[in-house]
Design a protein around this ligand. Structure first.
Ligand code: AMP
Length: 197
């Protein structure tokens, strides 16, 4: 399986690029943000619990998110060509859980593609998206700053977790959508050409 993590701060373009890569490489796209928003919209117990954190720009507790991923992997591993993870893992505990769950299924993460975008550009993009996304967490600069804080204190460490395995490629996340997709695809094609196990 071609399992990839699309990594980067809020506003770095993970959702947009994950959609394009999913199409190109025939992958299943799993976005924990989308899954949590669906639960929130349904008003399920999980959604109501998650809402308390999401509405304040904070990370949802690991066990909630890992439980959702476990279900998705149960449903899909062995049936799809690969998975692109978007917005997950966001903590080292989530990364460890993901490694373990994939190992149980005799597969693993092939590559971590890390999008790099400057902080001012991230804030600008998120506020712009907030005008049309209907997402309360995109409309309020204070919440955006909280989300970026969560990224720096908890999520950035995830790159270190995978750096030990030499699987991380940093990709410039500024430019046109097409240019960025080509950079990401270039890394994927290099990674799957036998240069790595
Ligand atoms: P996103 O759509 O990826 O920006 O996620 C929106 C919000 O959902 C985040 O600000 C978090 O509150 C929550 N969330 C999404 N993915 C995760 C995750 N892997 N771990 C914890 N919280 C998450």
């Amino acid at each position: 399986m071609l399992n990839i993590i699309l990594f980067g701060p809020p506003g770095s373009g993970k959702g947009t690029q994950a959609y394009r890569l999913k199409e190109r490489y025939n992958l299943l796209h799993i976005s924990t943000g989308d899954l949590l928003r669906e639960e929130k919209a349904k008003g399920s117990p999980l959604g109501l619990e998650a809402k308390k954190y999401m509405d304040n720009g904070l990370l949802v507790p690991d066990e909630v998110v890992i439980g959702m991923i476990r279900v998705k992997l149960e449903e899909n591993v062995g049936k799809v060509a690969g998975i692109i993870f978007d917005g997950f893992p966001r903590t080292v505990a989530q990364a460890e859980a993901l490694d373990q769950l994939l190992e149980e299924k005799e597969t693993c993460i092939e590559q971590v593609l890390a999008l790099e975008v400057g902080e001012d550009e991230l804030v600008r993009r998120l506020l712009e998206r907030g005008k049309t996304s209907g997402r309360a967490d995109d409309m309020d600069e204070e919440k955006i700053r909280t989300r970026l804080g969560e990224y720096h204190t908890k999520t950035a460490l995830v790159a270190g977790h995978y750096a030990q395995t030499d699987k991380v490629a940093n990709v410039a996340g500024e430019g046109t959508i097409e240019e960025i997709t080509e950079r990401l695809a270039g890394e994927l094609d290099r990674g799957s050409n036998g240069e790595e196990e």
